[in-house]
Write a protein that binds this ligand. Structure first.
Ligand code: HEM
Length: 396
């Protein structure tokens, strides 16, 4: 993870410079604003980080959007996310995964087209990496690549690994897809919502900027040595208000708002307080229910956002954006499980997120660079909506 820090700083300063040059080109005068689609830029930045750190691949997305692999991923993500709105096809595909393959609609055909591009380009990437490793071996050297793909290929070709435990190139390709899907837009959404909330709550933004500027180095970030960057990041990582702002955003707007699990055996889930059960047509079926029976095979919707917003645990102000709450959490919250800060944003248990540390480095470094240099305000012309549990943001 240490090796990630200089790369993330490089990308954060690149994004800062790109925004500055856009404003210069648009002739924006000091104090004037300029409309920027933060969501799209944040996504391009996290693609760049994942490309370099994950696969030693330069999407170069902050500079241009023409890369064909980048286009395939972004278009595929957009389509996949638009499908999340539900509908009978989505539900059917959940129970019969082959359905989409047997009876593809336009969306499935489009995703298949993107997948073909990914298979071709990422497949070439895997072959090139293997060739570099073989070349190094021929010279009696060890290939030094530190990206995820190199480490994966190295451990996969290790002589100690029994052949039946080696993973195929096809599975490695699937892993690249998983990392691109799980590790880019999640972090960029977290970054975007943080900047959005800062725009909505200028007092919080000003207080955060003051904290960030207090640790700005006296020379430019570009002139820092690797050791100085590491030491700057260690300082940023410990900034209390930045930490609170990030935790509060991740609590209030988790980028993954819900998940699904399947019960592998019959189970009983106790209710924290008795509830009334209604049938699908809204008529009352049972009063004073104290537990939920879960038969094996049931699909369970895990409401991450609901867990993070529970007023019974977090207090009446649970739906408010209040970074200071992290200085004095209710006892009930402290007792909650979760990989991160008693919230379910990164899930929990054996299949919890493995990218928590990577996304923390990205969020802290990018927010440091951007908030110390720019002031964010809500767009007057573009309405930004929020679905799921909350539709509005409440002032504390
Ligand atoms: C703010 C950023 C992120 C959030 C909110 C987030 C959230 C999550 C959640 C909720 C899950 C569980 C999904 C489920 O089981 O239904 C998950 C899994 C996963 N995440 Fe993240 N993630 C983030 C960043 C990252 C990053 C940067 C990486 C890349 C290293 C990553 C890699 C993964 C992987 C590989 C899994 C699957 C783990 C498994 O099934 O064993 N995530 N993430």
């Amino acid at each position: 993870m240490r090796a990630l820090v200089p790369l993330v700083f490089k990308k954060a300063t690149e994004l800062r410079d790109r925004w500055n040059s856009i404003m210069r080109e648009a002739n924006v005068k000091p104090g004037e604003g300029h409309l920027i689609n933060v969501c799209s830029w944040a996504s391009r930045a996290t693609f760049d980080v994942m490309g370099s750190a994950g696969f030693d691949y330069e999407f170069n997305a902050i500079q241009n959007e023409d890369n064909e692999l980048l286009k395939a991923y972004t278009e595929m993500f957009e389509v996949a996310i638009s499908r999340q709105s539900g509908g009978w096809r989505t539900t059917l595909a959940l129970y019969i995964p082959l359905w989409d393959k047997l009876f593809p609609d336009n969306t499935s055909r489009f995703v298949a087209k993107c997948q073909k591009v990914i298979q071709r380009v990422a497949g070439k990437l895997i072959q090139e990496k293997k060739r570099k490793m073989a070349d190094a071996e021929e010279k009696g050297e060890t290939y030094q690549g530190k990206d995820l793909l190199s480490l994966l290929l190295k451990s996969n070709s290790s002589v100690d690994l029994p052949p039946e435990q080696r993973i195929s190139d096809e599975d490695i390709l699937h892993m690249i897809n998983t990392f691109m899907f799980a590790g880019t837009d999640t972090t960029s959404l977290a970054m975007t919502w943080t900047l959005y909330l800062l725009a909505k709550f200028p007092v919080v933004q000003d207080r955060l900027r003051t904290e960030l500027r207090s640790v700005l180095p006296s020379t430019s970030l570009e002139s820092l040595t690797q050791d100085e960057i590491q030491s700057l990041y260690a300082t940023i990582a410990d900034l209390p208000y930045l930490d609170n702002v990030i935790r509060e955003t991740l609590r209030l707007i988790p980028p993954v708002h819900s998940s699904i699990r399947v019960a592998t055996k019959d189970d009983v889930v106790p209710a924290s307080s008795p509830f009334k059960r209604k049938s699908a047509d809204g008529t009352m079926v049972e009063e004073d229910v104290k537990q939920i029976l879960v038969p094996k095979g049931t699909f369970i919707h895990v409401p991450i956002e609901g867990f993070n917003h529970d007023k019974g645990l977090w207090g009446e102000d649970a739906w408010n954006f209040n970074p200071d709450r992290w200085d004095d959490l209710p006892e009930a919250v402290k007792a909650l499980p979760g990989l991160y800060s008693h919230i379910l944003t990164f899930s929990a248990g054996p299949r919890a997120c493995i990218g928590l540390r990577m996304s923390t480095i990205e969020l802290k470094s990018f927010l440091f660079t951007l908030v110390a240099n720019f002031k964010f305000t809500d767009s007057e012309t573009h309405k930004i909506g929020k679905a799921n549990v909350m539709e509005e943001f409440y002032e504390d």
